[in-house]
Unconditional design. Structure first.
Length: 65
């Protein structure tokens, strides 16, 4: 039996780029460490917001979401 992995999407606060910051499920401490060190792959910015809506991808809404 395999566990379904869900992407945890992030949106950069500086440039608006969306990317997968981590996949869940994973242990909470590991998730905190991975997401806490995440940087935008486009501009290197550290400030980002989660792009989740009960697990649904919201990337198509763009930077204004």
């Amino acid at each position: 039996m395999t566990v379904e992995r869900k992407p945890f999407w992030a949106r950069c606060g500086a440039c608006g780029h969306c990317w997968v910051a981590a996949y869940t499920p994973m242990p909470a401490l590991t998730f905190a460490r991975v997401v806490g060190k995440a940087r935008c792959p486009m501009c290197g910015g550290r400030a980002f917001v989660a792009k989740q809506d009960d697990g649904a991808l919201r990337e198509g809404q763009g930077a204004e979401a």
